[in-house]
Design a binder for this molecule. Structure first.
Ligand SMILES: [Zn+2]
Ligand SMILES: [Zn+2]
Length: 631
């Protein structure tokens, strides 16, 4: 809808005694500034009427001139909100006439039917916004929220600009195409361009974190044929490096547009990209492709969207994110292009099966013509052991190792697999009282777990209930943070389980533990996740016993792998072949065309062939740099 029509509609609906002073698009919302909030609240249905007429989020703010002074307003809020809400912070953002209230129990800040929020607004004129505080301290979340408040002026300017751009009327385009820029016939550096005569949108901008070689690690953005500034929007499916690790590079080289993702994805981006800067220098000895400054710029331009919220990202493209079941906040991306001319779904990494953390991926979409589906385990033989058997085997290996007084090293992604494993081990300790082996977590696992506790609504209901009722499994007494202890001390201490990133032993704490533990046959190395063909993990998994490594003195030496090496499948955040097939069978509606991606060369091909036979639809594996015309 054009901006002028929005203003007209609002003036028709709003009663004159509300005294509207300004209407402004701000990112995805339309903000209405008024003088008289009492008059607005005298009609309970007004806000719903506005939202349905504008088909947009509507935010009401009181004109900045009549905001209560900050000290008084703070005292008023504290007197209105019950103590049990456990407020952790109250931040006033005058640029947006907003007060952000962070609490352990935000429901109690909101009140029944929003009654307390309404009261806060009526008495102070500040527009209250609630945020859930994590139950464990999280430096990332703290940082993200602080920067968002500190940079509110700049952020507002950016949001108003974007809001206006999206309202522009656009001429109908007569073609739609996609270009594979990374992550096709390979795993890593995922990036897809969706282009029409009027819009250019990127879905995912990842790196291949297993290598420092830029020709294999970064997506083919240099082949775009237009400059990065011309991109209208970027959508990020989830917070793993192979889907968002290269995003700050865009900001370093001229992109200044919006990034759309779920709130947890935003937090993981900031956490893991900062870590990548260190990894580049330490593990690969190369200069990182961007700096911290670019990550902050990315944060300022990130607009978060919840699952199943339909939003306009360009004048002709509507986007909706759906649960993908793969990690906290992971999404499948649905694009509705050109008044229904074409609908595509990009699954992202998808889990259509049981996990302790998440519900299985959504398979129902309003419309669907082209499906892009991941194929990590799309090969004919990629049928993994069922979850029950994998857990049994996991405990058996742990018990055997502990009996020999060894230690178990499990290399894991800091985000996703480590939390799933923690839930499995925590439940085991509750079921079997003898199983009280300390679990050391290293690197960013603690921080990533803390972020989980701020978003219970993104997890399975049972887990939600535990976190909301103060019984968070991430705070089990068995879990010990390795920070402050030397790794030598842990490795030479009592039997223990050690969870450490990186998941593929490409540097990071897991690699440091490996060096300390590899020689002792009583220890065990247990792989639970995907090992990229280029990674050290894959080499060890395939049976390599002597590895050339760089010693502390800078000289090459040999690391002998004498420890037990095992792989325990079934904990993956990816669907195995059977789950991928079940996902396709459950898909509604049936797409006209399927394109496979995010899998090794042969697997994407093999999977596409099987889909073609099963669904009797056009199905193919395209390679990086190939383009497909959708309309
Ligand atoms: Zn992933
Ligand atoms: Zn991935």
């Amino acid at each position: 809808m054009h901006y002028k029509d929005i203003v007209k509609k609002i003036s028709e609906i709003m009663p004159p005694d509300c005294e509207v002073t300004k209407v402004e698009p701000e990112g995805l919302a339309t903000v209405i500034y008024i003088k008289n909030i009492k008059a607005f609240y005298s009609n309970d249905r007004l806000i719903k009427e506005l939202a349905s007429a504008l088909k947009k989020k509507v935010t009401i703010r009181v004109d900045p001139a009549s905001l209560m002074n900050v000290e008084e307003a703070k005292a008023m809020i504290e007197s209105l909100v019950p103590k049990e809400a456990d407020i952790k912070g109250i931040t006033f953002v005058p640029e947006m006439c907003e007060v952000r209230i962070e609490a352990i129990k935000p429901g109690l800040v909101i009140g029944k039917g929003g009654s307390i929020l309404k009261e806060i607004m009526l008495r102070t004129n500040w527009a209250p916004v609630t945020l859930r505080a994590p139950t464990m301290p999280s430096a990332t979340l703290d940082g993200v929220r602080k920067i968002n408040a500190l940079e509110a002026g700049e952020r507002k300017k950016f949001l108003v600009n974007i809001g206006k751009k999206i309202c522009q009327p656009s001429p109908a385009g007569d073609w739609i195409r996609v270009v594979a820029l990374g992550g096709f016939r390979e795993v890593g550096r995922s990036c897809l361009l969706v282009q029409t005569p009027n819009s250019k949108v990127l879905i995912d901008v990842g790196v291949n974190p297993a290598t420092g070689d830029s020709t294999k690690s970064f997506p083919y953005l240099n082949m775009l044929g237009f400059s990065l500034e011309d991109i209208d929007a970027v959508v990020i499916s989830h917070g793993h490096m192979d889907h968002m690790g290269f995003l700050p590079y865009l900001f370093a080289y001229g992109y200044d547009g919006p990034v759309y993702c779920t709130p947890p994805t935003r937090d993981f981006m900031v956490l893991l990209q900062q870590d990548y800067l260190n990894l580049c220098k330490k593990a690969f000895d190369v200069d990182p492709p961007y700096t911290k400054k670019d990550i902050y710029k990315e944060l300022r331009n990130t607009i978060t969207v919840d699952y199943e919220e339909v939003v306009d990202i360009t004048p002709e493209i509507k986007m909706t994110l759906y649960n993908a079941g793969h990690m906290l906040g992971s999404a499948s991306v649905h694009l509705h292009i050109g008044e229904g001319a074409h609908n595509l779904v990009y699954t992202g990494d998808v889990k259509f099966g049981f996990t302790r953390l998440f519900d299985p991926a959504t398979t129902h979409f309003p419309r669907l013509e082209t499906l892009f589906i991941e194929s990590t385990y799309g090969g004919r033989n990629d049928i993994s052991v069922n979850r029950f058997d994998s857990e049994k085997r996991l405990f058996q290996i742990i018990k055997e190792t502990i009996a020999k007084r060894g230690k178990v090293l499990i290399p894991v992604f800091a985000v996703g697999r480590s939390q799933e494993l923690l839930l499995v081990l925590e439940e085991m300790s509750r079921r079997e009282p003898d199983f009280n082996i300390p679990i050391y977590i290293d690197g960013m696992i603690m921080e990533a777990s803390a972020i989980h506790t701020a978003y219970p609504e993104y997890m399975r209901e049972q887990l939600q209930r535990r976190i909301l009722s103060d019984r968070s499994p991430f705070e089990s007494p068995l879990i010990r943070v390795a920070k402050g202890m030397s790794r030598d001390e842990i490795v030479n201490g009592e039997p223990a389980i050690i969870l450490a990133p990186s998941g593929m032993l490409t540097g990071g704490p897991s690699y440091e533990y490996l060096k300390l533990m590899a020689d002792d046959p009583n220890n065990a190395l247990l792989f639970v996740g995907y090992q990229s063909a280029l990674s050290l993990g894959s080499k060890i998994q395939r049976g390599m016993k002597e590895l050339p490594i760089l010693g502390d003195d800078g000289k090459m030496k040999t690391l002998n792998i004498n420890m037990r090496v095992e792989t325990c499948e079934g904990f993956s955040g990816h669907s195995d072949r059977a789950q991928l097939m079940a996902y396709l069978k459950n898909l509604r509606p049936n797409p006209e065309r399927v394109i496979t991606m995010h899998g090794d060369w042969g697997k994407t091909e093999e999977f596409a062939r099987s889909i073609g036979m099963m669904m009797r639809k056009e199905s193919r594996a395209i390679a990086d740099l190939e383009a497909v015309r959708l309309k």
